[in-house]
Design a protein around this ligand. Structure first.
Ligand code: B12
Ligand code: SF4
Ligand code: SF4
Length: 359
């Protein structure tokens, strides 16, 4: 097979394995990316992720650090958007879970698909060496995907594909094979600023610049310990991740859902969970593990999820939830969760006092 035939074969096989997007980029250093990352770190915009150091940023900006002799990067994208039903009122307040976390852990799903693709490539080329990467932060997934033509950077920093919107994961295979390259993607948000205006914690401080430690995604998933009290009201009912800057995006309003079974929830009720039900469910380590095994929701651990549920209940501040919150507080031993439950109770009490004064 010549380069052109091999490139077409890889793209066909990638699509057959379920990838919605595939593009090939040359593997030279990402100099602009490095400059942006270093500036990001210097300005304190990635605070909270201890592993995100200048050394790592520099390493991540040259694919040859991961695979000496690398020539091409096969960039892959897969939609996680699902058609979803309107949920009936459950009686209890509901929380919200970001769409990317509705189904199975995407790292595992994508790794398996990439391995299957590389096995095919190996069979027909004899290629031995490759690196299969997804979300490792040892390479900047979005910068690679933009270079390979998968999408352009939105002002909310997400990569946008004109057909799929931004609800898609990206991953890549580094290889020493010589392939035919795609052109980088270009696109624009125009004068739209909906994501910047809608972000409830003002995490998007300028087009293309997100302050990590203000982002609800970081606060609910990555942050260990206490959530800064001044950011809690903005978190609304999000208990895992946040989709607001994507939900308001015009490109997502007309996006075609991938409806891949792996990213569909086992139960649609869990996409907007009954907060009191989940407060009870997460009381025991064993029930927590059974329920969330193999899903992204196991990441913040039981205490992290309970902490987030407490914030969401505090934001709803519904008087009917007070007995459950008090009972949870009596039985809770984790000091961080206790403090968030106390915060939720104090929000309920202030609301009741305010309503009492208004009568
Ligand atoms: C750290 C991280 C986070 C952090 C910081 C996010 C951030 N915006 O920086 C937190 C925890 C907040 C987070 C949140 C989310 N994340 Co995240 N995250 C990452 C991770 C591991 C590294 C990203 C990074 O390096 N950030 C630092 C900044 C400076 O880099 P960057 O935003 O990628 O931007 C670079 C380029 O893309 C470019 N660029 C970016 N924006 C713009 C804008 C303009 C105008 C220009 C010119 C250039 C440009 O410049 C930078 C350097 O080149 C990547 C995986 C990976 N290995 O790359 C996933 C990744 C970016 N996350 C992803 C997802 C799905 C999310 C969430 C949507 C999850 C959720 N629903 O809660 C949110 C989105 C929040 C948001 N608005 O960004 C996907 C994004 C897919 C996509 N279509 O864009 C990724 C790629 C994971 C994956 N493999 O699929 N994430
Ligand atoms: S994910 Fe939510 S908190 Fe983070 S930048 Fe987008 S809207 Fe803001
Ligand atoms: S909401 Fe508007 S500004 Fe934000 S990413 Fe989408 S098109 Fe761009």
């Amino acid at each position: 097979m010549d380069n052109l035939e091999l490139t077409s074969y890889i793209k066909e096989e990638a699509r057959a394995l379920g990838f919605d997007l595939v593009g090939i980029a040359p593997a030279g250093p990402f100099e602009e990316t490095e400059a942006r990352l270093l500036e990001h770190i210097e300005q304190g915009r990635i605070a909270g992720l201890a592993w995100f150091t200048k050394e790592r940023a520099t390493f991540a900006s040259d694919p040859a650090n991961l695979l000496p002799g690398v020539r091409s990067i096969i960039s892959l994208g897969i939609s996680y958007l699902q058609d979803s039903p309107d949920l009936a009122d459950s009686g209890n307040p509901r929380g919200r879970v970001a769409r990317y976390a509705w189904g199975q852990d995407y790292h595992e799903v994508l790794k398996a698909k990439m391995q299957a693709l590389f096995d095919k490539i190996k069979t027909c080329t004899g290629a031995e060496e490759a690196r299969l990467l997804v979300d490792t932060a040892r390479i900047v997934d979005r910068a690679v995907a933009q270079r390979a033509g998968l999408g352009f950077f939105g002002k909310n920093t997400n990569l946008i594909n004109k057909k799929l919107g931004s609800y898609f994961f990206v991953a890549e295979i580094l290889t020493d094979l010589e392939l035919e390259y795609d052109a980088p993607a270009h696109g624009t948000c125009g004068r739209c600023t909906r994501c910047i205006d809608a972000c409830p914690t003002e995490a998007i401080i300028a087009p293309g610049t997100v302050y990590n430690d203000r982002c609800i995604s970081f606060l609910t998933i990555e942050l260990k310990g206490s959530i800064p009290p001044e950011l809690r009201p903005g978190m609304g009912e999000w208990i895992f991740g946040c989709d607001i800057c994507q939900e308001v995006c015009p490109y997502n309003k007309k996006a075609t859902p991938g409806n891949h079974a792996e990213f569909a929830p086992a139960d649609f009720e869990d996409t907007a969970p009954d907060l009191l039900g989940w407060l009870r469910l997460t009381e025991q380590e064993e029930t927590f593990r059974q329920k969330f095994r193999g899903t992204p929701l196991s990441r913040p651990k039981r205490a992290g999820l309970r902490r987030n549920i407490a914030v969401a209940l505090g934001n709803r501040a519904e008087p009917s939830t007070l007995p459950d919150l008090q009972e949870a507080l009596e039985n809770e031993t984790d000091p961080v969760v206790r403090e968030h439950l106390e915060w939720a109770i104090s929000r309920l009490n202030s609301r009741q006092r305010a309503e009492g004064r208004g009568q």
